[in-house]
Structures are given as C-alpha cells and as structure tokens.
Design a protein around this ligand. Structure first.
Ligand code: SF4
Length: 499
C-alpha cells in the first residue's frame, strides 16, 4: 500500500495505482482524454498533468507529471489545482482547440463532450489562432460508425481499443504531424461485434454512431439503468429515453459483469421494442388466411383459464430462457393452482460458440439472459415433456428474438390439443398457437435475470409498454386468480371460437 497526499487529503491506495485512480478514490477528478482504465496507458494527451512533490535521491523535487502514468508512492504530495497545473491544462486545451471546429450546436456529443466540459472548467482563455482551421471530410468507417475527422483530438483511444482489446485493429493513425488523422486501412472497414464501443470511448464528437445520428440532444434523454437481454452475460446498460421511446443504449460500468463495454447486438436490440412484428393485442390465427385476428383480452383469458383448468394434470406450462425469476415463480403458482406438475423450460435455439477477446471480454454463445436462472428453478426441459393430443400447453416466451424456439420444439408444442402463448413478437409459435397474448419487452417491465456466472441482476421499466400489452407476471396472476375462483370471472367469449 502507498499513503500519499492529494490536494491536502491523505489517501492510502494499492501500490501501483496511478494518480488518476488514487484521486478518484477521494472524489477528485483529474481531467484526462487518452487515459481509460480498460486500455493501455500512453500518456499522450497530457491533459492529466498534476504537480508532484516527492523525494528523489534524498532531495525533495517538484514537477509536473502525467497522473495516468505516475504510480502513487509513499509520502508523495500531489496538487491537481496549483498554478502550474492550471497553466498546463489551459495550454493543452488551447492546443487541442486550434483546429477543433465550433460544431457544438450540431454535434451529437454536445452535452457529454469532454472538450466542452474541460474547456468550461479549465480552459478560460480565448484562442490566439489566426490561421484558418484545418478541414478534413467526414468518413464512414464501417460498422455504422462515422468519423468527423475535424473534431478528433488524436487521443488514440479508438485505435488502442480495436488493436489491444478487440484484437482486430481496424483503425490506425496515418500521416505525420499536422496531417495526422484516424483512418481505416483501405478496403478494411470496422467489422467486429464490439465496434460501437469506440463511440462511447471517444471523448469528443469525432466518432458517432449512425444509429443515433441527429436523433436527440443528450440533455433531453433520461438514462434508465437496464440489463442487456441479448445474451447470458447480462451486460449492464443505460437505455436513454425520450418521449417514451428508447433512443439509444450505452454500456453501464460493472467490473463484475461487462466492465465498461457491451456488444453491438445488445446495443441495437432495443429496435425490437418498436418492431413492426410487435404483438400488441391478443390474437388468433385466421383459419382462412395467414392473418392474425384480434381477440378481446377478457374473453381470451377466460378461454385459456377454462381450457387449462379442464386439462388439469394434462396442462403443461413451458417457459423460455427469457422469462424472469418472478415470472417463473408466478408460473409455478399457476401450475399448482390448476393442479399440474408439468412445467418445463424450452432451451434457447440461438446458441453459438463463446467468443473471447484479448481484452478479456467474452461474448457468450448462449443468446438468452436467464438460462442459468430457469435451469436452477425448473429442472426439466421440453425434451422430457410428453405433449400429446390430450395436452393443453401454455408457453411463456417473450423473447426479443423470434427464432429462439427451434422448429422441432415448435412442432412438438403444436402436437397439443390447444396451444396458448404469451409473447412479445409475432414469432412462429404465435402464428400457429390457438391464442396468443401480448406480453412486455424487458424495457417495459421489472424483473430479475441470473447471468451465466450466477449473478442475479434486477431491472426496472424504462418505457411504458404498448397499450394492449400486459406484464407476463400480471397475466399469470390473473389466470391464477381466475383458476382459484372461476365463478367470479365469467366473461363473454364472442371473438374466441374453437373453429
Ligand atoms: Fe480519440 Fe475520438 Fe480521435 Fe479516436 S476519433 S483518436 S477516440 S478523439
């Protein structure tokens, strides 16, 4: 351990901790651009200069050192606010702004730009630049990422992330001196499943995702903490919401789960929430065509309740690996109420090999968020279930992917006398089930998933679900209530027919 003083406050940190992290532990932010805790240290931007007094060969010496590349040592006295530090920060900012365009009113990064923030906090000087600013065109780098070259401050984070963390190295700095610029190798666009993390890493508005381009000003977004539903890692995320719509997804730091990053698949899966294939009302397939006909909620519930209750021990409840722990508990209550022990899970059909990156990030091959949780709670799978023409099956699916139940399992399920589904998209099962009810996407409800490492992670609603959809847990509770007291729940069933 090393005990040092930063801005008059004593702090004890692990040996080897750099001064940016040491200061962070006592709530002091040292401004920086090129430094990022997940990347190799290059100490190139010099924005993190601090004034350090330490004993060198028996003599106390004071000087400016980059905090990112200076390890905390016993007895060190550090100032982050001395005149020398303020002058250095002002000089660096003046230098970085020489060619930086005054794009803030049209730049997507405005409001979360470190150049804006630090200029406001530490700049305080006007530009002495009288020459015209350098101009460079906007480039499409691949992976839905654009480089606004004029705005780049050459911190090199994007290059190091792709080279050292992802291992694909699509970006490089080309040309010399004033002509330095970020670029791809000709004919080799950015193409890797973690690519869009460079947009979050870029401290200015140089790298922007086309998905979010000119969609919203960031100060109008409400960041809602959530969990990535696209795989079994359960990356922690923010869903940035405006007008009850998710506008973008960003990774949320959790060193025990996803570190600082997330996959592009998880980042863009929010588009499923507003998919044209969204199920927003109870439906029944039209026997005369491929169309899905709307059915009234109450009649649909009444019909399902009657059939499931009548089936008794022939009723089977199947749960996808997407359902939450709370929905599993509600499904078990319902099974107990109607007197069946037949409850099983449906293994996810979307499984590939795990993908491990040099930086240690692993994209799981299991593309569902609660495989661990459901296999702990529900030991038997659909493969053990005996589905016959006497069976009445209720499937709770609610997956963000329509292909999560294999064709073989859909076929097996459709062997039952009646099949009912609760789902969020018009999946193959919904197209063939006798009756389907619209559930809620993860962003529209609360719940808990257990990730592949056994970490239970709760999430809460970020947006209100479509009118007509209902939380799966509430639907199961409603069915349980109806089954416990059938007479109290008599309703008309004019649109639900057995033809
Ligand atoms: Fe840094 Fe952004 Fe320039 Fe890359 S594009 S070097 S992350 S400022």
């Amino acid at each position: 351990m090393a005990t040092l003083t930063i801005d008059g406050h004593e702090v004890t940190v692990a040996k080897g901790t750099n001064l940016i992290e040491a200061a962070k532990q006592i709530g002091i932010e040292v401004p920086h651009y090129c430094y990022h805790p997940a990347l190799k240290i290059v100490a190139s931007c010099r924005m993190c200069f601090v004034e350090v007094t330490q004993e060198v060969r028996g003599k106390a010496r004071t000087g400016l050192l980059p905090a990112c590349n200076t390890a905390a040592a016993d007895g060190m006295v550090v100032s982050t606010t001395s005149d020398a530090v303020k002058n250095a920060q002002g000089d660096i900012l003046e230098f970085l702004l020489i060619n930086h365009p005054v794009d803030c009113p049209v730049c997507d990064q405005a409001g979360e730009c470190k150049l804006q923030d630090y200029t406001f906090e530490h700049g305080l000087r006007s530009s002495r630049m009288t020459e015209p600013k350098r101009f460079k065109p906007v480039k499409k780098l691949g992976g839905g990422i654009r480089l606004y070259t004029n705005r780049c401050i050459l911190c090199d984070r994007c290059v190091r992330f792709l080279r050292d963390f992802v291992g694909t190295g699509e970006l490089t700095i080309r040309n010399m001196g004033n002509a330095n610029e970020i670029d791809i190798m000709p004919g080799h666009p950015i193409e890797n499943p973690l690519a869009t993390n460079i947009v979050d890493l870029c401290p200015v508005g140089a790298l922007l995702a086309e998905d979010f381009l000119f969609k919203a000003r960031v100060w109008n977004l409400k960041p809602m903490p959530s969990i990535d539903p696209s795989d079994s890692l359960g990356a922690n995320t923010y869903l940035d919401v405006m007008n009850n719509e998710v506008q973008r997804t960003r990774p949320r730091e959790n060193t025990a789960v996803n570190g600082y990053f997330m996959t592009d698949e998880g980042r863009f899966i929010y588009h499923a929430i507003r998919s044209e294939d969204r199920l927003v009302t109870p439906v029944q397939p039209d026997p005369q065509s491929d169309e899905l006909l709307e059915a009234p909620w109450d009649a649909a519930l009444e019909f399902i309740d009657e059939k499931m209750r009548a089936a008794g021990s022939n009723a089977i409840i199947l749960l996808s690996t997407h359902v939450t722990q709370e929905e599993i508990a509600a499904a078990k209550d319902y099974a107990a109420t109607i007197g069946t022990e037949k409850i099983a899970y449906i293994p996810n059909a979307c499984v590939t090999d795990d993908q491990t990156f040099p930086g240690g990030y692993v994209i799981p091959g299991d593309k569902s968020p609660n495989t661990k949780g459901i296999t702990q709670e529900v030991p038997s799978s659909i493969d053990d279930a005996d589905i016959t023409s006497e069976s009445v099956v209720l499937v709770i699916n609610s997956s963000v992917r329509t292909e999560n139940i294999s064709d073989a399992h859909v076929e097996k399920i459709l062997g039952a006398d009646f099949v009912f589904a609760i789902d969020v998209l018009k999946s193959p099962l919904v197209k063939h089930a006798f009756l389907s009810l619209p559930g809620r996407m993860w962003a529209e409800k609360s719940g808990t998933w257990i990730n592949r490492d056994g970490i239970a992670q709760e999430f809460t609603p970020a947006v209100i679900g479509p009118i007509g959809s209902r939380n799966e847990r509430d639907v199961l509770r409603d069915l349980t209530k109806r089954a416990s007291n059938p007479r109290a729940h008599k309703a008309q069933s004019e649109r639900v027919t057995t033809s």
